[in-house]
Write a protein that binds this ligand. Structure first.
Ligand SMILES: Nc1ncnc2c1ncn2[C@@H]1O[C@H](COP(=O)(O)OP(=O)(O)OP(=O)(O)O)[C@@H](O)[C@H]1O
Ligand SMILES: [Mg+2]
Length: 268
């Protein structure tokens, strides 16, 4: 059972109006053997504060690389990224690490929980590494919002996939980030747990005004976002609003059409 998030919690401090994220002509290359692969090619994208964006695209199209660059986990070779007006390239390593820890929440497909720690300790880890503590009432509140209040003393291997992902989301939220980045957050979950995670992300966007960027292959996940950006070979192929589609089925059909049209063009 999902618990409702308290509406407009005082925790979404970072949420303000205006522009959240700007990616300007970002190129990222990786060396693969003797050759270089351009994972991102002069990509430009603006994400508004409080927006819920989904990034779709074929395997290898650059989705994870885009997320990593946005998170400051890897440097672009060219171009600029700014978050709330802060140009990430102007920060030194320790400033970037601190910025990332405080402003960005990351969620991954594989949960990335520490197996020897309880759910509670996994959640508070990002604060502990900074020598900060979370008052127990706040931890309880967070756990309750995510519907895992009865799982706090369990280790990850005693939790279902959906519960593990909710612990991972709680960990992402513990620093109260304005921006939550999720890479295939439902990729390891059954469809019911996956939809619950989507609903939760949607609530973080609607009720707490956080900016959410989700990478996904699945139209049933992308459907929860407001806007979908489709990547192809490291570039933005197209983008569209989800409100133009009545259900995930019609959205999936549209997405397939886009991909097919591009494949046909390449084949010609
Ligand atoms: N660390 C790396 N070293 C070398 N090449 C990389 C690295 N990371 C990504 N790439 C390459 O960059 C391109 C984009 O990769 P990326 O992981 O961003 O794709 P993706 O869209 O997330 O794919 P998937 O849907 O399979 O997760 C691919 O060609 C990939 O092989
Ligand atoms: Mg990926």
């Amino acid at each position: 059972m999902m618990t409702q998030l308290a509406s407009e919690t005082p925790t979404a401090r970072g949420a303000r109006s205006g522009e959240s994220l700007r990616i300007e002509r970002v190129t990222k290359r990786f060396k693969q053997g003797d050759t270089w692969v351009e994972a991102l090619r002069e990509i430009s994208l603006t994400i508004q504060q409080g927006e819920f964006l989904a990034v779709m695209g074929a395997s290898g199209s650059g989705k994870s690389t885009l997320l990593h660059v946005l998170a400051g986990l890897t440097w672009p070779d060219e171009g600029h990224i700014s978050i709330d007006g802060t140009d990430l390239s102007r920060l030194n390593d320790s400033q970037l690490t601190s910025f990332r820890r405080r402003r960005i929440g990351l969620v991954f497909q594989a949960f990335n929980l520490i197996p020897t720690l309880s759910a509670a300790d996994n959640i508070t880890l990002p604060l502990m590494v900074e020598g900060r503590r979370l008052p127990s009432a706040e931890l309880e509140n967070l756990a309750r919002r995510l519907g895992i209040e009865n799982r706090m003393h369990h280790r990850p291997d005693a939790l279902s996939g959906g519960e593990q992902q909710r612990v991972a989301i709680a960990r992402a939220l513990v620093t109260d980030p304005a921006l939550v980045l999720a890479d295939e957050p439902t990729g390891s979950l059954d469809s019911v747990s996956g939809q619950n995670i989507c609903r939760l992300l949607r609530e973080l966007h609607e009720q707490e005004k956080r900016t959410i960027v989700v990478v996904t292959h699945e139209p049933t996940v992308a459907m929860w976002a407001e806007r979908i950006v489709v990547l192809r070979d490291g570039r933005v192929l197209t983008e569209f609003a989800t409100r133009d589609f009545s259900d995930a089925h019609s959205l999936a059909a549209h997405y397939q059409d886009i991909v097919q049209a591009q494949d046909d063009e390449v084949a010609r």
